[in-house]
Design a protein around this ligand. Sequence first.
Ligand code: NDP
Length: 254
Amino acid sequence: MKEDALSGQHALITGGGSGIGLASAAALAAAGARVSICGRNRKRLQSAAKGNRIFPVAMDVCDEQSVRNAVSMAVAENGPVNIHVANAGIAESCGFDEMSLPFWHRIMMTNLDGAFVSIRESLLSMRTESWGWIITIASVAGLRGLKRASAYTASKHGLVGLARALSEELIGSGITANAICPGYVDTPILAKSVKEIAARSGKSEQDALAALLRLNRDRKLIDPHEVAATALWLCLSGSEGMNGQVFPISGGQV
Ligand code: NDP
């Protein structure tokens, strides 16, 4: 990878302080992009940014004004946004019958509304340059149903639909939109889910993880850098023809 492949470009990554977002920030920065990472946990953002060419900016994707402020600060620091990775998300599990409306709203608001609002704000700035890349980090749950995860599954199907619809709406603008659909990736969100499954089922955490991994044909967790590599590839010169596409990284799960 040439260190200047993304030189002069500004990549904004929601949920960039940990897991897939942080791995993507590192990959895009290594390719020469100026990177802004956003999330609620300022300390984590600051420590992730330390020593790297990365700008940390607090943002709660559930709060429209917070998104506006954060994108403005990122643009003031790094220039117009060219790459937007809509990655911020939460995963909580609940049987459908017991699910409350506030539970449903919390997941949809973070995973889907948050992607909509943050992409819209970045897009305003992308349009000034007439080119850019939008990537939604959906999930295999955007392509198939997951048990006890109907809100999460619906939100991730929404992110796939959002990328597809945007790609249609932006045809001819120089801006592409694609969705990445990871399987089980070794990040804090997965560790939390494994703990919850173990507590609910009485299984050990090891057995709870093994049950999840049975869905991946190679029985391995995916490394966040594998997801980041696909995000980077989608932003490189030569990938312009990828538009409105869905890229599963799922160990053969889908
Ligand atoms: P992490 O928990 O490491 O990342 C989630 C990120 O989202 C955190 O950095 C968190 O930052 C941010 N976030 C959550 N809520 C908000 C909010 N309201 N406003 C701003 N940022 C928020 O796990 P992953 O890296 O795995 O998750 C990244 C994405 O990948 C998620 O959308 C997840 O659904 C998706 N994914 C993950 C898979 C996996 O197995 N790990 C599989 C498929 C998809 P902070 O707390 O600072 O706000």
